[in-house]
Design a protein around this ligand. Structure first.
Ligand SMILES: Cc1ncc(COP(=O)(O)O)c(C=O)c1O
Length: 387
């Protein structure tokens, strides 16, 4: 199916990005800040009572940090390096959550010394580190959730703990002098099944009630994570529908007196703002009679398209060439045979496509620059321009 760019960007925005891109050498990603600003406003309109903590890992560019800082966002931080970067842009520690459950004790101490007082955890060892290195801080426990089959980029198996362990950890947090503050979950990135939030919120409710009734602990906060959709080939509901449904789930379980609600969006804020521009290096067939063409381009899994691993994220690909289309395999430029973006999912590209033509990868603002290798096969990291 040919891609219609207007399904992904306003026409005027696309024209502006394209005109800019035409003057630059590939590969690179061009990111339109206005789209990010609009996505932030849309999220805020959908969840007017929620505090947004931007997941910096999605794209840690200072242009984005500055924009979101000025819009009033908070920040979900995964490492001391992200912390330094974000605080270096003038963000105060009260706007930061250390959301990574896998961290060194000395890194917890570093955050504490910088003034951060909000920490995620999902294990006893980590909780004990927090109690020692960040005494008196607020902690929230990340729980395991379902949804790994309906998320295009699942996360939950590696992080989180089950319900009983969450109870134990929050009780222990209190004993250790921490503030048992709340619960978090992440239903998986690019989560297409909104009902997964329903099940997760129901689990949260059970923990809230049990702790209150049996241990006198009143939790104050639910962190609903990320998982909100970007606009790729596999269509999703609109963000508005996500918000309406998730608010309905929250109200069913918690009534009108909601606890503090935190959102940690990465992809949904940034992805749609980006367009990765690549050039066709070579087109070949593997035998005289092969019906399938291999299209090799100047960027691949190691240059920013790692989320095509397992063909998980199916980016819309647009080209100026028109005409009869044929199925292709699309691969990157490096000497690693894992560097194949799409082979099973059949992308079609025009038969008249040739070396030197450009492929435009739409909705590539998130998890591209930050994932790009530094020097694999000598290729430099993915360049990015911010409009
Ligand atoms: C703790 C945490 N929060 C938020 C996010 C952002 O999720 P998404 O990009 O799906 O919005 C991630 C993604 O890996 C995460 O690990």
């Amino acid at each position: 199916m040919p891609i219609n760019v207007e399904d992904y960007y306003p026409r005027a925005t696309f024209d502006k990005m394209k005109a800019f891109a035409d003057q630059k050498e590939t590969p690179f990603v061009v990111i339109d800040r206005q789209i990010i600003s609009q996505a932030y406003d849309d999220l805020h309109a959908g969840f007017p009572f929620a505090k947004v903590y931007y997941a910096v890992k999605a794209n840690p560019a200072v242009e984005i940090i500055d924009l979101l800082k000025d819009k009033g966002s908070n920040f979900d931080i995964a490492s001391i390096y992200e912390l330094d970067k974000v605080m270096g842009r003038g963000v105060g520690p009260e706007r930061i959550s250390y959301g990574n459950t896998i961290k060194k004790a000395r890194d917890v101490r570093y955050f504490f010394e910088k003034g951060v007082r909000l920490f995620a955890t999902d294990s006893e060892a980590d909780l004990r580190n927090i109690a020692k290195a960040a005494p008196g801080s607020k902690v929230y426990v990340r729980i395991l959730t379902e949804g790994s089959t309906s998320a295009d980029w699942p996360l939950s198996r590696k992080f989180g703990c089950n319900l009983d362990m969450a109870l134990d950890l929050l009780i222990l947090a209190k004993q250790l002098g921490l503030v048992p503050y709340g619960l978090s979950f992440h239903v998986g990135s690019q989560q297409r099944d909104i009902d997964v939030w329903d099940a997760a919120i129901a689990k949260v409710k059970v923990i809230f009630e049990r702790l209150k009734e049996e241990d006198g602990i009143e939790l104050k906060m639910i962190n609903l994570g990320g998982g909100f959709p970007a606009n790729y080939i596999t269509r999703t509901n609109s963000l508005e529908t996500y918000a309406e449904e998730i608010i309905r789930f929250l109200k069913e379980d918690f009534g009108d007196e909601l606890p503090e609600i935190i959102l940690e969006p990465g992809r949904s804020l940034i992805a749609n703002a980006g367009m990765l521009v690549s050039e066709v290096v070579l087109i070949s067939r593997k035998s005289r009679t092969a019906v399938e063409r291999w299209v090799y381009i100047d960027v691949g899994l190691f240059g920013g398209l790692i989320e095509t691993l397992g063909e998980a994220i199916k980016f819309p690909i647009w080209t100026e060439k028109k005409g009869e289309m044929e199925e292709v395999v699309i691969a990157g430029p490096t000497c690693d045979s894992a560097d194949i973006m799409y082979e099973n999912h059949k992308y079609c590209l025009p038969l008249n496509l040739s070396s030197g033509d450009r492929l435009y990868w739409l909705s590539t603002g998130a998890y591209t620059t930050s994932y790009s290798a530094v020097e694999f096969n000598g290729f430099p990291p993915l360049k990015a321009y911010y409009l």
